[in-house]
Design a protein around this ligand. Structure first.
Ligand SMILES: NC(=O)c1ccc[n+]([C@@H]2O[C@H](COP(=O)([O-])OP(=O)(O)OC[C@H]3O[C@@H](n4cnc5c(N)ncnc54)[C@H](O)[C@@H]3O)[C@@H](O)[C@H]2O)c1
Length: 251
């Protein structure tokens, strides 16, 4: 198993890619801490993992709030004694709005969850990882971290920021045993985009048309790739962004 003996924390794990990654990581032998905002949805994720004989702890916390993040890491360390892998997956999207349509509060909220949340969690975990001389961050970005047109103006900006932050993190700490990778999915069938897969959202219809195979990706496709990237088999992959998009971004 790819992640036997590891402890992994996955944010935004009450749905979509976060839930799929939590299930996959547990299948690959990791003990998992699942985080999210909605306790009911987290409980569903927890049950799915336990039904598979996985070990799981769920913690409801807002990744954009420092006190929540501190509470979460304290609980995780108390329960498992360590965190080897952090999957910064939680994020929000403001439909496909252009700049003029995004209010300042909405902009701030997206930046707080999608960018500041990663910084807060990383800084809370780094001292512990540096002490151990190892630690891995899988920062779930998007192909929207490399191109425009696949989200709103704040979301696209935030995902470009995730790529920059991840590079700098690896640049500063790779020598200390830290790996950080930006995982960049294309359009994937999850609650974040499912509501928009119809004619009322031409931006999404256009995205599907731009996938060479014409098929939208699944959460499991991304989860399997993520588990590999988090594993020691990927030990020479650091700082870079890796796309999983069925070729969506090549045309
Ligand atoms: N679905 C896609 O097409 C797609 C494409 C590229 C990238 N992504 C990225 O994948 C990741 C997961 O998205 P998804 O598609 O599974 O969407 P999703 O909406 O199903 O999942 C996001 C999760 O994050 C949680 N969350 C939101 N704010 C939070 C906060 N402040 N603290 C803790 N949890 C919070 C939500 O409750 C939700 O469960 C995101 O980073 C998203 O940007 C998704």
């Amino acid at each position: 198993m790819l992640l036997q003996g590891k402890v992994a924390l996955i944010t935004g794990a009450g749905s979509g890619l976060g839930r799929a990654q939590a299930i996959e990581y547990a299948k690959e032998g990791a003990k998992v801490i699942v985080n999210g905002l909605n306790e009911e949805r987290l409980a569903e994720t927890e049950k799915l993992i336990k039904d598979n004989n996985g070990t799981v702890l769920s913690i409801s916390a807002d990744v954009s709030k420092k006190e929540d993040v501190q509470m979460m890491i304290n609980k995780a360390l108390e329960e498992f004694g360590t965190v080897d892998i952090c999957v910064n997956n939680a994020a929000i999207l403001a439909d496909f709005k252009a700049s003029l349509d995004i209010a300042e509060e909405e902009w701030d909220k997206i930046m707080a969850v999608n960018v500041k949340g990663i910084y807060l969690l990383t800084n809370e975990l780094l001292p512990h990882m540096l002490e151990k001389g190892q630690g891995t961050f899988i920062n779930v970005a998007s192909i929207g971290g490399t191109i425009a047109g696949v989200g709103d103006a704040a979301y696209i900006t935030s995902k470009h920021a995730v790529l920059g932050y991840t590079k700098q993190l690896a640049f500063n700490y790779a020598k200390d045993g830290i790996r950080a990778v930006s995982l960049c999915p294309g359009l994937i069938d999850t609650p974040m985009v499912r509501y928009a897969i119809n004619e009322e959202h031409p931006a999404v219809v256009r995205q599907i048309a731009s996938i060479p195979s014409g098929h939208i990706g699944s959460s499991e496709d991304v989860a399997q790739f993520s588990a590999y990237l988090a594993s020691d088999k990927a030990k020479h992959i650091n700082g870079v962004e890796l796309k999983i998009d069925g070729g969506q971004s090549i045309g």
